[in-house]
Unconditional design. Structure first.
Length: 70
């Protein structure tokens, strides 16, 4: 999470965006049985995004936000 915070702060994103991105990353990690994001690839990201649409019924902009965070 420290690497994510550093990158987000380097890009001068707001604290709100930083918090939202951290939340999405945590959800992604939990979804994939707490594996580290560096161990996962495009297939895992696609499964997570599909889950968000089919099970959580998120909107397209929300799905894009999750993808940007990941």
């Amino acid at each position: 999470m420290d690497q994510l915070r550093d990158k987000v702060r380097f890009k001068c994103y707001s604290l709100s965006t930083e918090s939202t991105y951290i939340s999405w990353i945590k959800q992604f990690i939990i979804f994939k049985d707490e594996r580290h994001p560096t161990e996962m690839g495009a297939a895992e990201v696609e499964k997570f995004l599909t889950y968000l649409v089919t099970r959580r019924h998120v909107s397209s902009p929300t799905q894009n936000q999750a993808l940007s965070a990941i």
